[in-house]
Design a protein around this ligand. Sequence first.
Ligand code: SF4
Length: 452
Amino acid sequence: MPISGSEIVKMLPGKKPCKDCGFPTCFAYAMKLASGGATLEKCPYLAPEVKAKLEDLLAPAMKLITIGSGDKKVQVGNEEVIYRHEKTYIHPPGIALLISDKEDGAKVEEKIKKIKELQYPWVGITIKAELVAPYFESGDKNRYLALVKKIYDSTDLGMILVAKDLDVLFAARDICADRRPLLYPITKGNIDAAIPKLKEKSTPIGVRAESIEELIPLTTKLKEAGVDEAVLDPGSRNIRDAIRDQTFIRRAALKQGFRLLGYPTIAFPCFMAQDTLKEVLTASVFINKFASIIVLSDFNQHTLLPLLVQRLNIYTDPRFPMAVEEKYYEIGEPDENAPVLITSNWALTYFIVFSAIEATKIPSFLCVKDAEGLGVLTAWAAGKFSGDSVGAMIKKSGIESRVKHRRIVIPGRVARIKGELEEALPGWEIIVGPREASGIGAFLPEYAKSLR
Ligand code: SF4
């Protein structure tokens, strides 16, 4: 549970006020610490034991874990709320593709190709699976290491190394250590042997137990050893137990502030379901509740895309509508006679209108007015898509230098801004377009002809 500023200030030195931290009082500094806006290093008078205690109290309730490196790194954890509507979820679960070393060369190639190619542009971003999990199943160490090397050489993705044999697990880590692979599983049976090797190189690990109760001594031992980058697997292998365990871990971390379960979790639909449909449904449950890494045995576009869209929807911050930048966008290669249309900057509105124009194959300019991420009608009702503000945007955008005509198409739903916009844009003719984007296909071809 987060500590408040008034609790922190009781632990500060309280010099009268010396201001060496850059804040006018200890209380002001404490408030900043509580909100995450300052670090403990700023006050030089903190006793070491107080500093250590504050460090612990100020640490996030759930650890942030990084797998992979560079722009392909995947970060999970650091969540602050149980339910998205309380604030927002922060780090979407990483979706991983399991590749067994028992699979033949052609299948391995196919899976590597799949995870590289199945990427989808979606309202301005690209959604995709981002982790690959080589699985030691054959019992042949060399075969597994060859698989790890092949994946390492042919992708730049984050990796989850799945091998029960510690010798094999650490040999695999040495192949791809620079990519910060996650090592799984660390268990009651191998933890003592694993800790010295884990301390050699900082690497995230997956802690596997047969129950939540069994996880706690393992995380205690890891904390004591200073190995703290972990994701948890409570061992549940059916949906009912998994929901129970995932919920318990999330609540213990965030509501009770129980540090020994304050880690993200990993889930394995690949080991829980016998057929593809059940596996996808199980993965879908884990996206909602509350896995941070989800490992699938296989996927194709029909099974992966719905999961990616579900994940995007759940992990989109509900406080901020998805929006695109205010400017004019070119569709095709518009010339000086091309139509000019305007819409608001809610991402969904923008992409629907853009796609409708694109489908007509008529090169056009689409001006997008910043309406704080609202759709056209809502933006108008909120005073963010008025004739004045649209006129100002058009003047500022530079579109006047791109076309020789002075005609602009406004959405039919806000026809009432026509008069105001004519006043704001002297010399421009305001055309009222279709009420819905679906009408653009019928409207635009004839209209474009009239401009030539
Ligand atoms: Fe208080 Fe420390 Fe800041 Fe001085 S430096 S005002 S003692 S918090």
